[in-house]
Design a protein around this ligand. Structure first.
Ligand code: GUN
Ligand code: FE
Length: 419
């Protein structure tokens, strides 16, 4: 058994809106699992190997709970278009390139490194329809130390000439991919129907059965954009709400992640809450594609589970510090729109959504709780210019708003130092 102490200023989010700040503290791990936090080091641990980050901030690492890996090469492209035009003009053409395994290797190697170097250690990710490229993505993430869920995308309609499966080939490729990816330790599969306009009723039905039979989670998109929602209504006249196009096929349950949920009506929000579905809120993307601003405060008040996603490349920012502060800004737009009737999200609340809320999805306990594998990011803010001596809380806020990836001194993922 290997014991390791980590020394520095710890800032974690034990509950929504709460910060736990431990100045000049110590965190003890055994084989990468958190054992205890100390403000004064007990005598018996004084000879243990120590990673010393005195003076720096040690935060929980970040979780990007919704992003599209094959869209990484097209960051910041087509940002003047609304969702459906953006998909057809840019996105599907870019994703089609991932039939080329060499291209996939090159892009996914860079993406995995860029995630870990920004302190993102857990992801829930869309790949493309290509099973081989999806396996390459999972391998690159695992090698870089990024953990979480990756889905081979399913789409048997409306993908255009270059990005379309048949229901039969989609299921065949999904089974092949699922069987192959059992070799990964920390990157697991998730069933991924792109969204209702991309999947026939028959394909949805088969995917729901595969998810149940193999005990797999599901991710998709929901009520992101008004034109998309109108389209779903015409495609699924049997469903009185968009959510039913997933629920009717066994996909509506605890562990299911629905991205966006910008325009859900009260019935849809109640259905999300009742089933324990998790909402992946993507503030940057929702503003870039002019989709709208999701009612996050209302969701939280209802007890809905909310996590954050960059939604690369609908969103153009990979760093979760940027996504966290965009989330705060978007909530302020909601406040202004509502005539100051709705509270915006505080810094502590947004940090919780970008960290603890998502770590809970993976089965952890809140904050730096004993029993969790260590997921942490060390930020050296000494190069940031200051007007006076700042409190740890002030430094923490600034790190979220203005630190860069160059300020990240170390990253621990799943108990292992990988940066
Ligand atoms: N809905 C279906 N596909 C996509 C996608 O790639 N990005 C976003 N933002 N929404 C989608
Ligand atoms: Fe998306």
């Amino acid at each position: 058994m290997k014991s390791l102490l980590i020394k520095g200023n710890f800032i974690s989010a034990p509950a929504l809106g709460k910060l736990e700040i431990l100045e000049n503290g110590y965190l003890l791990t055994e084989d990468g699992v958190i054992k205890a936090l100390f403000d004064k080091l007990p005598e018996q641990y004084s000879n243990i190997e120590t990673d010393d980050y005195s003076g720096m901030l040690i935060m929980q690492s970040f979780c990007d709970m919704h992003l599209h890996a094959p869209q990484y090469p097209m960051l910041g492209m087509g940002m003047d278009l609304p969702l459906l035009e953006w998909l057809n003009t840019y996105t599907f053409k870019t994703e089609a390139r991932f039939s080329d395994e060499r291209y996939a290797r090159e892009v996914y190697h860079a993406l995995a490194q860029d995630l870990i170097s920004r302190g993102t250690t857990r992801v829930v990710m869309f790949s493309s329809i290509h099973p081989k490229a999806t396996l390459i993505l999972m391998e690159e993430l695992e090698n870089a130390g990024v953990t979480g869920f990756v889905g081979k995308v399913n789409m048997d309609r409306n993908g255009g000439a270059d990005l379309q499966e048949t229901a039969v080939s989609s299921i065949r490729d999904t089974i092949y991919w699922l069987d192959e990816c059992s070799r990964f330790k920390n990157v697991k599969p998730i069933i991924t129907p792109r969204f209702t306009p991309s999947c026939s009723d028959g394909l949805m039905e088969e995917l729901g059965k595969i998810a149940s039979a193999r005990g797999l989670n599901i991710q998709s998109h929901l009520s992101e954009n008004l034109s998309e929602m109108e389209w779903v209504k015409s495609l699924r006249p049997d469903c009185s709400g968009y959510w039913q196009s997933y629920a009717k096929h066994g996909m509506w349950k605890d562990g299911t992640i629905m991205a966006h949920c910008v325009h859900c009506d009260d019935k849809e929000l109640a259905a999300i809450k009742d089933a324990g579905v998790t909402v992946a809120h993507c503030a940057d993307s929702n503003i870039d594609l002019c989709s709208g601003v999701a009612p996050v405060r209302k969701m939280l008040d209802m007890g809905i589970k909310v996590v954050l996603g960059s939604d690369i490349a609908g969103g153009a920012e990979l760093s979760m510090t940027d996504v966290i502060t965009k989330t705060i800004r978007a909530s302020k737009i909601k406040r202004i729109e509502s005539g100051w009737q709705t509270d915006f999200l505080s810094v502590a609340e947004a940090y919780y959504l970008g960290t603890t809320a998502a770590h809970l999805y993976f089965g952890d306990k809140p904050g730096f709780a004993p029993g969790n594998k260590l997921h942490a990011v060390v930020i050296d803010d000494s190069s940031l210019c200051t007007p006076r001596k700042l409190s740890l809380r002030e430094r923490f806020e600034r790190c979220l708003y203005i630190s860069e990836k160059e300020n990240i001194a170390a990253v621990y993922s799943n108990g292992v130092k990988c940066r």
